[in-house]
Design a protein around this ligand. Structure first.
Ligand code: NI
Length: 128
């Protein structure tokens, strides 16, 4: 790794408050392995999906709720927070085959009116 890249990496490590390079590299490698495993496997995975949307945007709330009911077997828990008079934040804990979780996330994230969304694959570190 060249020095310039290493300097930037060290700044990132400090910024993110990793104890040292090993800890940061372990975290990055694990994240990549989780991503890779997700792309290939049908094994049960866990993820967090966060969505921000306006609850009065057309029938968005109705559509999101409909999709969630159709995939209730994948959704372990949902937290809904009314952020302000217009916006809602929903956080879902998803558990199921990685590929199925990804499809559900894509369907929810691409729903018209969703302002922000992110799927975070999680791992206990077991087998990685
Ligand atoms: Ni709300």
């Amino acid at each position: 790794m060249d020095n310039q890249l290493l300097d930037k990496f060290d700044r990132l490590i400090r910024h993110r408050r990793y104890a040292n390079r090993s800890e940061a590299i372990r975290h990055l490698v694990r994240a990549e392995l989780v991503q890779e495993r997700w792309a290939r496997g049908k094994a049960t995975q866990v993820a967090v999906l966060a969505l921000v949307f306006e609850h009065e945007h057309g029938d968005l709330l109705h559509r999101l709720t409909h999709v969630q009911h159709e995939h209730s077997g994948l959704i372990v828990s949902t937290l809904h927070v009314h952020l302000d008079s217009a916006n809602c934040l929903e956080v879902m804990i998803l558990k199921g085959p990685g590929i199925t979780i990804e499809r559900l996330a894509e369907q929810l994230l691409s729903t018209k009116g969703v302002k922000f969304g992110r799927l975070i694959p999680a791992t206990s570190g077991k087998g990685i």
